[in-house]
Design a protein around this ligand. Structure first.
Ligand code: HEC
Ligand SMILES: [Cu+2]
Length: 361
């Protein structure tokens, strides 16, 4: 029972919807003032100028980048024609040089007293021999012997060469070992600078006023004779190779002048000498001139090879005669051929620091 009159379905809307008008395109566009597309001549000229300078700047930027890439490429990899070295190679070389120079100091401080300042040998075997460096003293071998000590060379548990690596209780850390190896393998092609061990500054030779230098031992171009036998794994075998005369009472080197057959057991002079702890017990021997004589040599160093060799003038002069090398403990009698009067040096071929004077009168 309502008294509301029925006004149809739209009767509850507040305002009746106006009839739809056609949409003018102007409603969706900027006002006509903004839609002027004509350019003033000044504006047009400005735009042209601006865009060409922007292009030039862009061109410059690309040019700079391209140039940089090209220059950097050669800077990094080295300019062609050997003008410069690749940066990586240069850095590697600088590090190699540093390692060799440090290794030199470590060698002089720890090793020279037994192996000689130039690796010429002494209490320990020589290290600077080309055939030995080529066949035998390779990096792995050096690393092993420095790590476990001299017994690695020939299996001698009483070897005089101590353990060097701190991994087995020695005094040198792995870096020092690597530097040492770099020095032992350094080539003789270039000069290295001697530097003081603390500050690593070059050491100046007071006489010349220039830094002291040294060269490595290894000749990288050295090649063994075709068919040559490799250097033996144990250095002592260099002296006991089958090529040397069979061990016997007499041990004359092939280069020695042949002694007369009857001279092997003359009632003549017998010189006595012995070796112990890598030293001769005598520094002077005397023998008669122009007469064959004998040397009775006792090697008291168990497992260590020694001999007696005679050199002209001094122990470093040319070799005149060499007695056979043999391991201790043993005594052998050498027959020495007649020598003209004069002063000679005698030496152990294995241990260049075992020397003495032989006076033939
Ligand atoms: C106390 C003396 C002594 C000192 C110091 C010494 N060595 Fe030796 N070295 C020897 C002896 C002895 C041998 C021989 C080993 C053996 O067969 O018993 C040897 C062997 C070697 C060998 C092997 C040689 C070969 O022909 O196989 C190398 C390499 C070597 N030493 C390097 C070094 C270096 C590097 C140092 C310094 C860190 C050093 N030695 C310090 C005495 C010494
Ligand atoms: Cu010797």
């Amino acid at each position: 029972m309502t008294d509301q009159p029925d006004r149809g379905p739209d009767s509850r809307l507040p305002v009746p919807r106006p009839p739809a008008e056609p949409v003018s395109p102007d409603r969706f566009a900027a006002p006509p003032s903004a839609r002027r597309f004509e350019l003033t001549p000044e504006r047009a000229a400005q735009i042209v100028r601006q865009s060409s300078s922007a292009r030039f700047v862009g061109f410059l930027a690309v040019g700079v980048v391209v140039l940089f890439v090209i220059v950097y490429y050669f800077y990094e990899l080295g300019f062609p024609g050997g003008l410069t070295q690749s940066r990586l190679a240069a850095e590697t070389e600088a590090q190699q040089v540093t390692a060799v120079e440090r290794g030199y100091n470590i060698y002089q401080a720890n090793c020279a007293r037994c192996h000689g300042a130039n690796g010429e040998g002494g209490i320990g075997p020589k290290l600077n021999d080309q055939s030995k460096l080529f066949w035998h003293l390779r990096e792995d071998y050096l690393r092993n012997i420095l790590e476990v000590g001299g017994r690695y060379a020939c299996g001698d548990p009483n070897s005089l060469m101590p353990v060097w690596s701190d991994r087995n209780g020695g005094p040198l850390n792995y870096k020092a070992i690597e530097d040492l190896i770099a020095f032992l393998r350094a080539t003789n092609e270039r000069e290295y600078t001697v530097r003081d061990p603390e500050l690593f500054e070059p050491e100046i030779d007071p006489e010349t006023g220039r830094p002291k230098t040294f060269t490595g031992w290894r000749d990288p171009n050295w090649r063994p004779e075709p068919g040559a036998t490799p250097y033996p794994a144990c250095w002592k075998d260099e002296f006991t190779s089958p090529a040397s005369p069979a061990p016997g009472l007499a041990g004359a080197s092939p280069s020695a002048p042949a002694a007369s057959p009857g001279a092997s057991a003359p009632a003549g002079v017998v010189l006595e000498i012995s070796a112990q702890n890598i030293a001769f017990d005598k520094t002077e021997l005397r023998a008669p001139a122009n007469t064959p004589f004998q040397i009775r040599f006792t090697n008291n160093d168990a497992g260590i090879p020694h001999n007696v060799a005679i050199h002209e003038g001094s122990p470093t002069g040319p070799e005149v005669w060499r007695g056979e090398i043999f391991n201790g403990v043993e005594t052998r009698v050498y027959d020495v051929p007649a020598l003209p009067a004069g002063t000679y040096g005698f030496i152990c071929t294995v241990h260049p620091n075992m020397t003495g004077t032989l006076i033939v009168e």
